[in-house]
Every structure is written in C-alpha cells, then in structure tokens.
Write a protein that binds this ligand. Structure first.
Ligand code: NAP
Length: 458
C-alpha cells in the first residue's frame, strides 16, 4: 500500500507521500532515544506546560484539522471536529493529572517486610513505538501520546498509510509546543518495516491499535525481543436489550452506536441481541431509523453516514453481507452500494442469521448491524459471548438483578448499562480474548508504559 491520501468520498488521490528511507528512520530513532534521556529528568510541571501548549495549538486549528480528517478518511465533519476537541481535552487531562497518577505509593505496612520505609515509583520505559489505525487518526494517537509523554517517555508513530497528513501534523505538534527534539516523531514506513523498529535495542515497548493479524505480528516480534506490548484490536460488541428497558431509547441509541464514524469503530455495538418479548418493537424502530439516515458527502453538515475509509474496507463489508444473504439471512434494510462516487455502503440491518454466516463470528467494520432474537436472558448471554472477541458491551435493563447477572458474566473489557460504549479519558479502555490485552486511558493506561519500581529501605 502506498502512503497516500485518497479521498474516500470521491476515490481521488489527493497526495502521495514518499516513505522515509532507512537513514531517516535511523535518525528519528536516535533522536527519540536521546530525547528520552532528557525528558525523564524534566518535571511534571514542565511537561504539563508543553502539553497544554500543544493542546492550545490543536484547539486553534480544530476546524481545519476536522476537514483534513474528513478528506483523509470520510468521517462526517461534525464528528471530525469533535475528535479534535476530544483529543485536546485528553491532553489537558493528562497535563492536569499525571503527577497524581504517577506519584510514589507508600507500601502499607513496612515492618512486615523488615523495612523502615517501602514504596513504589512509576518511571518511564523510554522510547515507545505506537502503530496506529486510521479510524480516529488524531484521537487514537493522542490517547497514547499524551499519557506517554507526560510520564517522561518518548514516542515514535507508525500511522496507517491512508492518513499521512494526520501523521505529518502529529510529527511536529509536540516539538512546536516546546518538547525536546525527538520527543514524538512520525515514521513514514509500511507495516512490513515495523518489525525492524520493534527489534531496535533503543525501542523499549510497542502499542498497536488495529486488526488482529497486525496485532499478532507485532506481539510476536515484541515477544521475541522480550519487550512490553499493548494490543487494542477489533471487537464485535453485543448490545443487549431486555424487556424492562426503555426500548425506544435503546433503539435510538443503537442507531448512533452502529453508525458513528460510518460504522468503523472498534467499540461500536455490532450485534443487537434482543429479548423475544420486545424484539419486534425494537426491530421495527431500529430498522426504520437506520433506513432514514442521510448518506452522502461527509463535508456537508447534514450528512449522518459518509463513505467507508478504503475501497478494500468496503469490499470486506460487501463480502460479509453477501455471505449472509446467500445463507438465507433476512436483509431488513440496506445491503446495497449507493449510486455515488467513492466508497459508500447503505446502512444495513440483517436478521435471522444462520450460525454458519460469517457475520456471526466476524467483525463488521462498516454500517452493518446484525439482529438476534434471544429466547430469554440466558440465551442473550450465550449469544453475546459466542464470538472470540471481548472488547466492550452494552446492556439495557431496569432490573438490578438482571444488570448484576450480565455485569459479572459478559466476557468483555467493559459493560455499559443503559447507554452505548464511549471512550472517556477517565475510564480504562481495552479488551480481553482476541480483542487484545493491556489498557489505555485513565491512570492504568498511563502506567502501562512505566516501570513500577519497588523501593525498600532498612
Ligand atoms: P490494520 O490493518 O491492522 O492497521 C492498523 C495499523 O497497523 C496501521 O498503521 C497499519 O499500517 C499497521 N499494520 C498493518 N499490518 C501490520 C503488520 N503486519 N505489522 C505491523 N503493522 C501493521 O487495521 P485496520 O484494518 O486499518 O483497522 C481496523 C481494525 O482496527 C478493526 O479491527 C478495529 O476494530 C481495530 N481498532 C481497534 C481499536 C481499539 O481500541 N481496540 C480502535 C480502532 C480500531 P498500514 O496502514 O501501513 O498497513
């Protein structure tokens, strides 16, 4: 894949960018390693000042950056601007809270370990490589970079090849704000060149957000070199609606959960599992609202669903839907390619999926919802846990016993009750099983790239 901006709303190539050669990559790794030595000896207050300056710089350009995101990957413009502002908020959050998150922790009872004093300390690991996806081209990177830099680490970014302009904006953002040269740089390299960077002895850890094959490859190389890895991979999150729920509210939220970011979000509700007592009511309302969505140019403010980010991504969605259709599933709405230039796909709802349909097990990374009728709560749980993913989940119920039942039995990194899953800087984020390991965001996410040093004093 070449490194290029190809506008998904038109299919037109806007910019092709030359990858970095090996000398450039070497220089950037060397600068990141040198900056890591400097940054770890700066104070939290100093780093916070730089981080706030970077946040101000981004906020000032929110409109232009929003447009850039939309042109590179097709997200409706209001969502692109919101992504910039969410990133700004996270930068300020880590500027405000890192000192507290990474403060020394006294150990409860030093005499028990024959010490006069014992405590733990969080120290930076050094240079961390971040391999990032295109679906939130700024937010995904910032939610790694802000906590990592505030902890005193430096970062190298290998961004997705279809968002090079976002990658180049991030390349200079932190230096412009005052961080030492090399604190955070972009490597314009293909996925095939990532292994050599992980293997480099100056690189201490790696985080990847993306697909399972990429995660498997990165984790294998990191394992081979005994380096810390965090993986945020795919998901096929269940959205469970039970009879005591506010079904109208659940249906309206289900639409937003499924089509946000043109359906290309790892934590989107993808499988809608509805108790038989309210299934018909939910299916009717959900399908009505999905079929009424405004599909079109993502730069227009009225657009609710833009194109998929890549032609290959749209082909994956077409293949999944056609597989379901051939196996006898019912297409309640959509299942078609709109007559538009670019890579659009109609918002789609599919019911009556046979067990062997690919959609039952695979992630639909686009505006395609699967509907399941559950005969009772146990059946709803069985369907929810039947994929090998485990990112997040959503449960709609007003019954506290039912709520407790699902909270303790869902195989997922998070459960959202009577709401859709959203990433918040204050909440830990991450999955289990084939959705990956490790956490991002909050304090635990920041500590992933720290050495927890135990100190014991006689
Ligand atoms: P992808 O192909 O895995 O790409 C993600 C990143 O990995 C890109 O920078 C890509 O570079 C790189 N890459 C690809 N193959 C690689 C390899 N073998 N070694 C090293 N790097 C490699 O992912 P995608 O299909 O674009 O993104 C969608 C997936 O990401 C979905 O499954 C989605 O659920 C998941 N996702 C998860 C989260 C989360 O937080 N859990 C968030 C967003 C997305 P190139 O572009 O150069 O190939």
């Amino acid at each position: 894949m070449s490194i290029a901006t190809i506008n998904p709303a038109s299919g037109k190539t806007e910019i092709i960018i030359e990858p970095h050669d090996s000398a450039e990559v070497e220089q950037r790794i060397a600068e990141a390693a040198a900056a890591a030595k400097l940054l770890r000896s700066t104070s939290f207050a100093q780093r916070a000042e730089w981080m706030r300056a970077a946040a101000d710089f981004m906020e000032d350009q929110a409109e232009g950056l929003g447009e850039l995101i939309t042109i590179e990957m097709g997200k409706p413009i209001a969502q692109s601007v919101a992504e910039v502002l969410k990133s700004v908020k996270a930068m300020r959050f880590y500027a405000d809270h890192s000192e507290e998150f990474l403060a020394d922790v006294p150990l409860a009872d030093p005499p028990l370990v024959n010490a006069s004093k014992a405590w733990t300390r969080y120290e930076p690991l050094g240079v961390v490589l971040a391999v990032m996806p295109w679906n939130y081209p700024l937010w995904q990177v910032i939610r790694f970079a802000a906590p990592a830099l505030m902890a005193g680490n430096t970062g190298l970014l290998k961004h997705a090849s279809n968002v090079p302009q976002a990658a180049l904006f991030l390349d200079t953002l932190f230096e412009r704000a005052g961080f030492p040269r090399g604190s955070f740089r972009t490597l314009l390299i293909p996925g095939s060149a990532v292994g050599a960077v992980i293997a480099d002895e100056r690189v201490t850890a790696v985080t990847l957000t993306g697909s399972e094959p990429a995660g498997r490859s990165v984790a294998a190389i990191a394992g081979d070199h005994v380096k810390k890895a965090v993986l945020e991979l795919g998901g096929s999150d269940p959205f469970i609606v039970l009879p005591s729920a506010d079904v109208a509210s659940a249906a309206a939220t289900a639409v937003r959960a499924r089509i946000n970011n043109n359906g290309q979000s790892c934590i989107a509700g993808k499988r809608f599992i509805v108790h038989t007592d309210v299934y018909d009511e939910f299916a009717r309302e959900f399908t009505r609202q999905m079929s009424a969505l405004v599909v079109g140019n993502p730069l227009l403010p009225e657009t609710e669903v833009g194109p998929l980010a890549t032609q290959a991504g749209r082909q994956d969605i077409i293949d999944l839907v056609e597989d379901a259709r051939e196996r006898g599933a019912t297409i309640l709405t959509g299942g078609t390619v709109p007559d538009l230039p670019g890579w659009y796909y109609a918002p789609t709802v599919i019911a009556d999926l046979p067990d062997d349909a690919r959609l039952v097990q695979e992630e639909a990374f686009g505006p395609v919802a699967s509907l399941y009728r559950a005969s009772d709560t146990e059946d709803a749980l069985r369907i929810a846990n039947q994929t090998s993913f485990g990112l997040s989940s959503s449960v709609w119920t007003e019954d506290l016993e039912e709520e407790a039942y699902f909270v303790s039995r869902l195989d997922a990194g998070a459960v959202f009750i009577n709401g859709m899953t959203v990433s918040y800087q204050e909440l830990p984020f991450g999955g289990i099983r084939r959705s990956g390991f490790g956490r991002e965001l909050a304090a635990v996410g920041q500590r992933e790239f720290c050495n927890l040093k135990t100190v014991w004093k006689a």
